[in-house]
Ligand binder design. Structure first.
Ligand code: BES
Ligand code: MN
Ligand code: MN
Length: 456
């Protein structure tokens, strides 16, 4: 522990400078305008893995953005840790809401503000620096493999193929991922579940052209109004989702599990204050933690129709669109839910409009074990470094690759996240606490140490 702290202390500034360099790349995978930058980011990550001491470093081409691979095999007999992360980031918009430019990392009040600061550059880079530390101090206790992808934020469409084609190379005893949140630094926690995702797009089409809303209004259905009605009908008065068979496979938590989940420190008043809302909302009969961690949900992610420019235009739009996503829990299947959503949405469309439903990406839900050697290693690492045992929680977000690793490689993951829900992931002014960054770099070598010990 002392050695770890000493190395971090001596290299603090460089660790931060390198992260800043990484954060300056606008590696937005969703926007083709940034293609060159995304590719440069992959090269940068590969370079840093090499400098840290990794062998076999390769920028692996896929049908989309490359996956950066690197490894250090100390001894075939030692356990192997596969580290997964993503170097791509969400789009930074709306730009005008950023206090400082999203790709010019800026420190305010001990926090790094930049797109990707927490999700996931700041978090995966802790692993690169922890690896460097273990290499330089001669303390690497496990074999290590890195797999850092560039399409997580757009659904990891090409990762499945890569994993299937590289089963041998990716062989490991655990997948270690820092891409989730903790409750707080005072209440360290480990997420033990992630929700799945089914992402849809719908289009409601009315008349064959935009119409004068005075000449035709009142006599022809307005697609924007109809779309809103259809969307509103997807929740009932108890905020249950109304799609038939939607909940059929959902597993209810046992009373014991519910009790454990709700024992996590959570302050509803603080939560509301942070979001500046007067009241929370959600499915009747469930607490906020249950709603986000264990219940499936349906959200409109975007909706557009008609005239949204300056001033006013009296028009009856010919169509209306929305992007709608559903978060899934065990044992729902992304494909099945996409299908029943499409069927239902088409069935509720009235005769005076046509609807079109298309599916985007998806991902399966997972629950990660808390009785595994890897979980115990993570628990012990946190206990050493925070002085407290971590609380197991359920996360609301999705990392589709976790279920895939399990299915294709048969390897379970540990979600070793050091972010906070309040780090504004995907929002303007995303941030990551410098303290968390260093704390992560200090804690990760302990995981490797305990994972090797517990595997003996
Ligand atoms: N790192 C997040 C997922 C996350 C965040 C999990 C916080 C738990 C806590 C990841 O980068 C992400 O944003 N995933 C997407 C899904 C993906 C298919 C676009 C998500 O959850 O919306
Ligand atoms: Mn992420
Ligand atoms: Mn994300």
């Amino acid at each position: 522990m002392q050695e770890i702290k000493k190395y971090v202390e001596e290299n603090k500034q460089r660790f931060l400078d390198e992260l800043f360099e990484l954060l300056r790349f606008p590696s937005v995978s969703a926007d083709p305008q940034y293609k060159g930058d995304v590719l440069k980011t992959a090269d940068f990550v590969a370079q840093k893995l090499k400098e840290a001491g990794a062998d076999q470093v390769e920028v692996c081409q896929t049908a989309g953005y490359p996956i950066v691979y690197g490894e250090k095999i100390v001894d075939e007999k030692l356990p192997t840790v596969l580290i997964y992360g993503h170097y791509d980031v969400q789009p930074a918009d709306p730009l005008e809401l950023w206090e400082t430019p999203p790709f010019e990392p800026t420190v305010r009040d001990g926090k790094i503000y930049a797109r990707g600061a927490c999700d996931d550059k700041g978090q995966f880079y802790m692993h690169v620096k922890a690896f460097e530390l273990m290499m330089k101090t001669g303390t690497l206790a496990c074999n290590v493999k890195f797999m850092i992808e560039g399409e997580e934020e757009v659904g990891s469409a090409n990762l499945g193929t890569f994993v299937k084609e590289n089963k041998e190379r990716l062989k490991a005893d655990v997948v270690l991922i820092s891409d989730t949140s903790m409750i707080s630094m005072e209440h360290p926690s480990i997420e033990t579940g992630l929700r799945g995702l089914a992402y849809m797009e719908v289009e409601v089409v009315g008349p064959n052209r935009d119409l004068h809303s005075g000449v035709y209004g009142g006599a022809v259905a307005n697609p924007a109004t109809i779309l809103c009605k259809l969307i509103a009908s997807l929740h009932d008065e108890n905020n249950h989702i109304t799609i038939p068979a939607f909940y059929d496979k959902v597993v209810e938590l046992s009373d014991e599990e519910k009790k454990a989940l709700n024992a996590a420190p959570f302050d509803l008043e603080e939560y509301k204050e942070d979001l500046n809302i007067k009241a929370e909302w959600g499915e009747k009969g469930y607490s906020t933690l249950e709603r986000t961690g264990t219940r499936p949900t349906l959200e409109v992610n975007g909706i557009w129709s008609g005239y949204i420019g300056e001033g006013a235009k009296t028009v009856l739009p010919s169509k209306a669109n929305a992007k709608i996503s559903m978060r899934l829990v065990p044992n729902q299947s992304s494909e099945e839910i996409s299908e029943i959503f499409a069927k239902h949405f088409e069935s509720i469309a009235p005769d005076y409009v046509k609807v079109k439903v298309t599916a985007h990406h998806g991902g399966e839900p997972v629950v990660t074990p808390t009785d595994s050697v890897a979980y115990r290693a993570a628990e012990q690492a946190i206990l050493d470094s925070f002085g407290k045992k971590p609380i197991p929680t359920r996360g609301g977000g999705s990392i589709p690759i976790v279920a895939l690793f399990e299915r294709v490689l048969g390897i379970k993951s540990v979600l070793f996240g050091f972010g906070l829900d309040s780090d504004a992931l995907h929002s303007p002014n995303e941030k990551y606490d410098i303290f968390n960054y260093y704390k992560g770099i200090e804690t990760l070598p302990l995981f490797h140490k305990y994972f090797a010990e517990l595997n003996k």
